[in-house]
Design a binder for this molecule. Structure first.
Ligand SMILES: Cc1cc2nc3c(=O)[nH]c(=O)nc-3n(C[C@H](O)[C@H](O)[C@H](O)COP(=O)(O)OP(=O)(O)OC[C@H]3O[C@@H](n4cnc5c(N)ncnc54)[C@H](O)[C@@H]3O)c2cc1C
Length: 453
């Protein structure tokens, strides 16, 4: 066994053999940070229970705040607490499959990258997926994580039922027919209702997708985006600031065999764009000319793969992100305005804006609640101060009626959410009835829910 494998084996051993009653816990505060590093805390306890019974025990006996964590890929302060952070990473895997109904039940801590192969073994697939697959299933549905597809909902929109451990330690089950109010709240629950242990997903038959990427001019895409979103199963595009150029991405079901070619996505080459920014920032015109001309020379390319293997890209350059979900009709106008704000005031920006299409759904706190949506996301390199640019574009998103992604940066407060979400008070009532003491609330959520911090 090589040294790295030895280390892995030793770590795995400690996960299943340490403290009685709680398979893993530490005695000194162990710092936690999220993927981009903009959220940090030092929880007194970090627990990774190995069974639902252990989790129930932990919830019953903990004092102070208990926050669930998935893979730590949210940019907003949903997770931080200095009391207890609990991961459901060990409650993972496939527990049941119904081939006739095309549903499957998975552990809350299953990574999206694990879900695809697990379902594929039973000839099922998630209906849609986001652009990375490193999140846990529970973490992803808790913030309405989405991919792109005008007719397709977020992951939360395909939840068919779930189980969670409530503040009193009780295991509750909900679905459209059992505890329906809890179900509509828990489909996008922000970890504020309890710790989710398992999730039943409504799936479809396994399928392959062909991905085709191409370049267009910004003005062309603004005109054609809605038509392209209608004529493709999944359509999204990336606008590269200061270039006038857009990379389009179109994914459609195919019977063609798997074929992997050189891949370009909205994040690849991002360090080349940084280099162009660093060396050509003295002349925005020259930067637009050089980078824009280079992009036009990159030809169309395509790949074919199993659906679960094709959605996700590597996001190996860290960033911070703001994403708003806007009513589809006005989103292109909003995008043009965001472009203008950024290009007039922030010549240092090099990360592309990402635009995606999502269908309306029914979860009470889904940003896609009863609204067909276009999402617009803006990014800043993780070492740079994101605040000035995000503060400049957020009023544009808000002017067009946008709802922020729950896992991404925004400055909204309770009164804003109450205006944006017709079922806001219903959600708060379900939460209050389950957890009147606010065991699952950290300062960020208390503020969001209009409670004293
Ligand atoms: C590089 C990158 C790419 C991304 N791409 C996309 C994308 O394509 N589309 C998109 O919509 N979003 C995207 N996101 C955002 C991301 O999908 C969400 O923030 C998601 O919630 C992160 O999941 P996680 O498992 O890391 O959960 P965390 O960020 O750890 O937690 C998110 C929320 O889930 C709750 N939670 C976690 N586990 C449980 C549980 N067992 N029970 C109850 N609550 C729980 C937490 O309390 C918290 O409120 C991206 C983020 C990054 C960093």
């Amino acid at each position: 066994m090589n040294r790295r494998n030895l280390l892995k084996a030793l770590v795995a051993g400690t996960l299943v053999t340490s403290l009685p009653g709680l398979s893993w816990s530490q005695t000194k505060p162990l710092p936690w940070r999220n993927w981009s590093g903009n959220q940090k805390c030092s929880p007194a306890v970090r627990a990774v229970p190995g069974s639902v019974a252990e989790l129930q025990n932990l919830v019953r006996e903990s004092t102070g705040t208990v926050r669930a964590v998935g893979a730590g890929h949210s940019f907003s302060a949903l997770v931080p607490t200095n009391d207890t952070i609990v991961s459901t990473r060990r409650l993972a895997g496939l527990s049941s499959v119904d081939p006739a109904k095309k549903i499957a039940t998975l552990g809350a801590g299953t990574l999206l990258s694990e879900v695809g192969p697990l379902l594929d073994a039973h000839r099922q697939a998630l209906v849609n997926m986001p652009d990375i697959d490193q999140q846990t299933l529970a973490g992803a549905i808790s913030t309405a994580t989405h991919g792109t597809g005008r007719e397709l909902r977020s992951l939360s929109g395909y939840v068919d039922g779930l189980e969670l451990v409530a503040a009193n330690g009780e295991l509750l089950r909900c679905s459209p027919s059992e505890n329906p109010d809890l179900f509509r709240a828990a489909q996008v629950g922000l970890g504020s209702l309890g710790i989710v242990t398992s999730i039943t997903m409504k799936n479809r038959a396994a399928f392959r997708l062909k991905r085709e990427a191409d370049w267009m001019r910004f003005e062309e895409v603004i005109e054609q985006a809605h038509a392209l979103s209608r004529s493709n199963q999944h359509f999204e595009f990336f606008y590269f600031p200061f270039t006038g150029m857009v990379l389009t991405d179109q994914l459609n079901e195919t019977n063609e065999p798997v074929q992997r070619n050189e891949e370009i996505d909205g994040n690849s080459g991002v360090m080349d764009l940084k280099l162009a920014r660093d060396t050509l920032s003295w002349s925005p015109q020259l930067r637009e000319l050089i980078v824009g001309s280079y992009m036009k020379t990159i030809g169309k390319h395509s790949n074919v793969d199993h659906s679960y293997a094709i959605y996700a890209n590597d996001r190996n350059v860290r960033f911070n992100e703001m994403e708003y979900h806007l009513p589809a009709e006005t989103a292109m106008e909003a995008l043009a305005e965001v472009r203008s704000v950024v290009e007039k005031n922030f010549s240092e920006v090099f990360f592309p804006f990402e635009c995606r299409f999502i269908a309306a759904e029914e979860a009470w706190l889904s940003p896609f609640y009863q609204q067909d949506t276009v999402s617009i996301a803006v990014h800043r390199f993780f070492e740079e101060d994101f605040k000035p640019m995000f503060a400049a574009v957020e009023p544009v998103f808000r002017k067009y009626g946008g709802r922020p992604h729950w896992g991404k940066l925004n400055t909204l407060v309770a009164s804003d959410f109450a205006q944006l979400y017709p079922r806001w008070q219903d959600f708060l009532a379900v939460r209050e009835s389950l957890d009147p003491q606010g065991k699952f609330l950290n300062p960020y959520l208390k503020k969001a829910f209009g409670l004293p911090v």
